[in-house]
Write a new protein. Structure first.
Lengths: 338, 338
DNA sequence: ATGAAAGCGCTAACAT
DNA sequence: ATGTTAGCGCTTTCAT
């Protein structure tokens, strides 16, 4: 058995209450007994048991991190990076992160994650879109909640989001500053908030520059923004519009697809067409040419969510604020001045 | 306050002991009281408190995952993938993973991770090399230990390792089967076990094929196996040896460096030189040509380590076994028959 | 300033 | 087959 508070009390000839007060930094204890107790603690190498503390304090020192299983298992490690950001930030504190995934087909019959039912978390970070049913169940618990990369409908909790509008603005402005006017936007499902916001940034940038919006070179009908759909979107746009000089793709995967299409069809990048993506995935550097893009700091998203969670646990307040994590323009070789 | 065992006992008109026995599946309880209790549990939506259980059972249901901070923060997400593999596997069980990092400059004055001192884990997975000082401190605790991607000197615990020798064999055999005889090996620090084993696989394959070993086309002096060192190694080898037709690089990063060197110097891949790497990083597919390699299932490593950890907690035995996780030959376009 | 004692929610002897 | 009760290792009134 490990050393307990009793052992310390016995050896220091005080009560366990006194030891407890000492380790909790209470100053109702005289300096000399304090010294005495501290000395014994050191001698015995005593460390309070977390289990015992958890039980009596009705806290756990754990924060849950919840996402759907398909988000967890996605090839592009987006949500796992966010998770790692939270883990990293937690490492600087006295909290641990507990991970749980829920089926994306969650419904009212599914049970809640174990850490909710067993009360082993003090707060919960929800990453990415999760089923509405889950959300409403969750809200029945008086548990601090923070959302990251997803803003639920009836939002009354803190939310951490990518500054997608600004990212779209940065990307498009970069192209405009390089002299481009015929700038295509290649996106996925427009009903997805991130993509909608990136498009908003795009239109805003054109507006600011007095370039008029041409809906023929806007593609927003792909269901999922992956490489293949990027390829197909490029085909459908470039076959009908010959004078495009630049493309802003809503993410790097699509941008890569666009690059493939252009190469396959004799376009040179960036000489004939400049292209910029969004995300800054690892692969960008290895592309030929390396892809200019908007860097999304996934790790920071998670870290930020964790910080806010910690705050709201400690302040007992659940104010609904929105934190926008800034993105960054990364200029590489796929864009050029004309 | 949440529903407790008392509430259930009261409403079911039994003692808390009975309730406890029921929820723990003890069969000394008559079917009818059992039904009665179960019914009340459902009505009240009762779930036992983990904190209370932890305290009384002297278990925590948590498994620690430990690595050095630089391993955690490495750009190539090697150890974090292993971590995620453990996390994933844990998701199928009743365990949670608690992550902690230690400074790689750890010494005897540093304190142990909090979860050790506070006794909040039932077992510990150690990933990658950690300081010896830490290991000896750790072994003082009677805590099940499992190592992954690192085999400590005085090993008396289960170890999960990549089958590097077999990987080296697979890679080299592939080249040999494609008709190559002048096969360079480009590696990093040979004192690193993984690299040493990959080289062993290489020499063994040459041996088997009756090809004689030429130490002039073996490079094992780079301190760190990254892209730049791959480039430099290729330079030093190819300037002196003109007849090399294939390269086995000890990892993909170096392989990429080698590819860059070869392209910069007018070699065509795979027409002039075939090249195979090791790891199977995301970027391989985007290279031109896509890189043949040996796939290292990082995720599986973590999952395997977790399973073994769970086993050894439940069986109370700490036998020192070595589990070799199989690797896989991935043939893409950077190697060709001659 | 310190101690006694109750209690957090559960489990497991031990009784009955 | 079920109940009583004593802890698990702490924190926290309430006394002194």
């Amino acid at each position: 058995m490990a050393v307990t508070i009793k052992d310390v009390a016995l050896k220091a000839k005080v009560s366990t209450a006194t030891v407890s007060l000492v380790i909790n930094g209470n100053n109702r204890i005289s300096p000399e007994t304090k010294r005495k107790v501290l000395k014994v603690i050191k001698e015995l190498d005593y460390h309070p048991s977390k289990s015992a503390r958890d039980l009596v304090s009705q806290k756990t020192g754990n924060i849950g991190f919840l996402l759907t299983d398909d988000h967890f298992l996605r090839t592009e490690p987006f949500y796992t990076r966010i998770f790692l950001g939270s883990e990293f930030e937690a490492g600087n504190t006295n909290y641990y992160i507990l991970l749980a995934t829920v089926p994306s087909t969650y419904n009212n019959n599914n049970s809640l994650p174990r850490f909710i039912l067993e009360r082993s978390i003090d707060g919960l970070i929800v990453a990415g879109k999760v089923p509405e049913e889950l959300l409403s169940k969750l809200s029945e618990y008086k548990l601090p909640l923070t959302f990251v990369d997803y803003k639920p409908e009836r939002q009354k909790y803190p939310v951490v989001l990518i500054d997608n509008i600004h990212g779209g603005l940065l990307a498009t402005n970069h192209l405009i500053e390089y002299g481009h006017k015929k700038i295509a936007f290649i996106g996925g499902d427009i009903s997805h908030p991130s993509i909608r916001d990136r498009l908003t940034g795009y239109t805003r940038a054109l507006d600011n520059a007095g370039i008029n919006f041409n809906k023929n070179i806007i593609h927003t009908i792909s269901p999922y923004p992956d490489r293949q759909n990027g390829y197909d979107a490029a085909k459908s746009i470039f076959t009908k519009n010959k004078n495009i000089t630049a493309v802003f793709a809503c993410n790097d995967a699509m941008a890569i697809g666009v690059m493939h299409y252009l190469k396959d069809n004799g376009y040179s990048i960036p000489d004939d067409v400049s292209i910029i993506g969004f995300d800054d995935v690892e692969a960008d550097l290895l592309l030929d040419p390396p892809l200019s893009t908007i860097r999304v700091p996934k790790f920071d998203l998670g870290a930020e969510a964790f910080k806010i969670m910690k705050e709201s646990i400690q302040n007992k307040e659940t104010k609904s604020k929105i934190v926008l994590v800034p993105v960054e323009l990364i200029i590489r070789k796929s864009t050029r001045k004309i």
